[in-house]
Design a protein around this ligand. Structure first.
Ligand SMILES: [Zn+2]
Length: 79
């Protein structure tokens, strides 16, 4: 499998700053893989559950000492 990379950018495939984390859906309890952009230390966004399609609020914190470590907090929108 080969991902296309933007022209003129050397040695920085888009995937290099992306990591995946597993979160548990607060609605249906299903475990989901989400993509995280490690270049952003703190982020919050909404991702629809792949199983029940309800919107999950994801709060992501990247460990400043080890950017391979991402903490992801998944909660329902109503909270
Ligand atoms: Zn769900």
């Amino acid at each position: 499998m080969r991902a296309s990379r933007p022209r003129g950018v050397r040695g920085t495939a888009p995937s290099e700053k992306m990591t995946t984390a597993t979160v548990q859906c607060p609605y249906c309890g299903e475990h989901l893989d989400v993509f995280i952009d490690r270049s952003v230390a703190r982020q919050e966004y909404i991702e629809d559950c792949q199983v029940c399609c309800r919107p999950i609020t994801l709060r992501v914190t990247i460990d400043p000492d080890d950017d391979t470590e991402a903490r992801v907090d998944a909660r329902s929108e109503e909270e």
